[in-house]
Design a protein around this ligand. Structure first.
Ligand SMILES: Cc1cc2nc3c(=O)[nH]c(=O)nc-3n(C[C@H](O)[C@H](O)[C@H](O)COP(=O)(O)O)c2cc1C
Length: 335
């Protein structure tokens, strides 16, 4: 039996539901060809960051105000950014080069948090040939005076602004830290998101005890990270008129199948490719096909969302239900 892996994401017809998440592996055009050859249905480019754009704007202003030193303090704030892999202009060139290198859709990624002039890059990304845009709203609400309502308004204003400037589809990548995530998801869609990418993985600082300094640490995911995505995708499936992408913890064909059963239109991978190589793309797709054949699914479309909250025989599993039962399965003494 042959299975149909085709799916639709952000209105794009895809040959299968496996995307490469934005990461350094998608930043190199020759690498993109390898990812396409391995079977990826679309790729998300690494992000262009608000800080990079603002940094460049400051540098341009500094050249214009040469001698005044008016931006010296702001410039020291971004010292390492000149070393980051792309400046804004070369990012746009990468989009164009990626489009001519591969025939699968290329999704550009813009990463920021405030509603500023930097968002003009959304339109520039569209003009450079991106098939869709992923807006990664990476915001840490560290101000004790800032309310959750203000945080949410900031997200929505940013999404509205970006959506107004582009005609390509817009996906919004968010973290899970909202007290009313489904309602926030609904309002993001009303603000213009054509799809949601769930979830961002935040950088958590660690402490270097020798030097008593903070050190940023970005860890690769593990398969257990997928479960938080399964919960929320299962809850959101068919509740908001938007595509859903699972990102975080898909490491094998079984993980991708779970994301689709919960209700994702696509799953994205990054960590597993760093850990085990690009050939994992093909292995994940082969395993997905094998599992679908075993379960007698003929198409991805047929199975998508069949374990979502509305379809699942045990909807309480996605809420508070089973919590006490799960805890009571642990022994009362350490082993
Ligand atoms: C090395 C690395 C670089 C990443 N860079 C970006 C980025 O530029 N923009 C972004 O939105 N996400 C970025 N991510 C996050 C991934 O897109 C993805 O959402 C996350 O890693 C979860 O998927 P995974 O469990 O398959 O790794 C990066 C992840 C890794 C591992």
């Amino acid at each position: 039996m042959s299975v149909n892996l085709g799916t639709t994401y952000l209105g794009l017809q895809l040959k299968n539901p496996l995307l490469i998440a934005g990461c350094s592996l998608t930043g190199d055009v020759s690498g993109l060809r390898r990812l396409e050859d391995a079977g990826a249905a679309a790729i998300v480019l690494p992000s262009l960051f608000e800080e990079q754009i603002v940094h460049e704007d400051i540098q341009i202003s500094q050249v214009q105000d040469f001698g005044t030193e008016s931006f010296a303090e702001s410039l020291t704030y971004f010292p390492e950014l000149t070393d980051y892999h792309h400046g804004p202009d070369s990012y746009l060139e990468t989009i164009t080069a990626a489009k001519s290198a591969v025939s699968i859709p290329v999704i550009a990624s813009l990463n920021g948090s405030s509603e500023g002039g930097w968002t003009r890059y959304a339109k520039l990304m569209e003009d450079a040939g991106a098939d869709a845009l992923e807006l990664n709203v990476y915001f840490i609400a560290a101000d004790v005076e800032m309310t959750s309502e203000q945080v949410e308004s900031q997200y929505l204003a940013l999404v509205r602004r970006v959506k107004q400037s582009v005609s390509i589809p817009l996906a919004v990548k968010i973290g899970s830290n909202f007290s009313a995530l489904p309602n926030m998801a609904k309002r993001l869609v009303e603000a213009g998101a054509d799809g949601l990418v769930l979830f961002n993985r935040y950088l958590h600082p660690d402490f270097d005890l020798e030097r008593l300094e903070t050190e940023p640490k970005f860890c690769l995911s593990n398969p257990d990270d997928l479960r938080e995505r399964l919960r929320w995708i299962a809850i959101l499936r068919n509740r908001i008129p938007a595509s859903l992408a699972a990102t975080g913890g898909i490491h094998c064909g079984g993980g991708l199948l779970k994301a689709l059963l919960a209700g994702a239109d696509v799953g994205t991978v990054a960590s597993v490719l760093y850990k085990e190589g690009i050939e994992q793309v093909g292995k994940i797709l082969d395993r997905l096909t094998e599992l679908m054949e075993q379960k007698e699914y003929e198409s991805v479309e047929q199975l998508q969302g069949s374990m979502s909250r509305e379809k699942c025989p045990d909807p309480a599993a996605f809420a508070r239900g089973n919590y006490m039962k799960a805890l009571s399965s642990f022994p009362s003494q350490p082993i």
